[in-house]
Ligand binder design. Structure first.
Ligand SMILES: Nc1ncnc2c1ncn2[C@@H]1O[C@H](COP(=O)(O)OP(=O)(O)O)[C@@H](O)[C@H]1O
Ligand SMILES: O=C(O)C1=C[C@@H](OP(=O)(O)O)[C@@H](O)[C@H](O)C1
Ligand SMILES: [Mg+2]
Length: 198
């Protein structure tokens, strides 16, 4: 399989499968997976939970924004975003302009099952994570609803979700390429036809 040209951005709430699905898609396409959280952790030399604790959430959000604005290649990567990345003002428009956006969805009960054994999500390290998720999700829902193509993942196996996401990506990447190529100036030198004629 050839490396894809158009970037794919996987967005959606925590625990919907962005990192896992992104890794599988990148592997299948022979592309580069960039997990935004992992990249920030590597660059900052500490886990996301420590960044929240020591520097505060706004600093983490700024790091996410910097990553999207200038911290990754414009072509050829599968990007697994953190759940709050697309929620920041202007980010969805930015992602839309850079590639294909797919939003993974799961009910909060499913999200709880998938995330309860992990301590790596600082927003959910509270006594009642389900109540916390409800609060956060209610604020974010309007944005997730607008964010690219929505893929439901409840009661669906990972291979099924991955195959579906691959189909959506291939179709939308072709559309993206077509529309963006049309918008580009012609590659040939305008003088060339005259030269040939002469
Ligand atoms: N469709 C699915 N079915 C079962 N488990 C899933 C599914 N999608 C994700 N998971 C599991 O849920 C957990 C969280 O997935 P992850 O990729 O880290 O989500 P995100 O990056 O969106 O927070 C992982 O253990 C993953 O294997
Ligand atoms: O939804 C959020 O605000 C967050 C989601 C996390 O990523 P995942 O969605 O991959 O868990 C991570 O970026 C951080 O803990 C904050
Ligand atoms: Mg993730």
């Amino acid at each position: 399989m050839t490396t894809p040209v158009v970037n794919l951005y996987l967005v959606g709430f925590m625990g919907t499968g962005k990192t896992t699905v992104g890794r599988a898609i990148a592997y299948r396409l022979g592309a580069k997976l960039i997990d935004v959280d992992a990249t920030i952790e590597r660059e900052q030399g500490k886990p996301v939970s420590k960044i929240f604790e020591e520097d505060g959430e706004p600093v983490f959000r700024k790091l996410e924004r910097d990553f999207i604005e200038s911290g990754h290649p414009a072509r050829g990567c599968i990007v697994a975003c953190g759940g709050g990345l697309v929620v920041q003002p202007g980010m969805l428009e930015l992602l839309d302009s850079r590639g294909v956006v797919i939003c993974l969805h799961a009910s909060l009960e499913t999200v709880l099952k998938r995330t309860r054994h992990s301590k790596s999500r600082p927003l959910l390290n509270v006594e009642d994570p389900l109540a916390r998720m409800r609060e956060i999700y209610s604020v974010r829902e309007p944005i997730y609803r607008k964010a690219g193509t929505l893929l439901l993942t409840d009661n669906r196996s990972l291979p099924d979700v991955i195959a579906h996401a691959m189909r959506v990506y291939k179709r939308e990447a072709a559309d993206f390429l077509r529309t963006h190529r049309l918008a580009e100036p012609p590659a040939t030198n305008p003088a060339a036809p005259d030269d040939r004629a002469g």
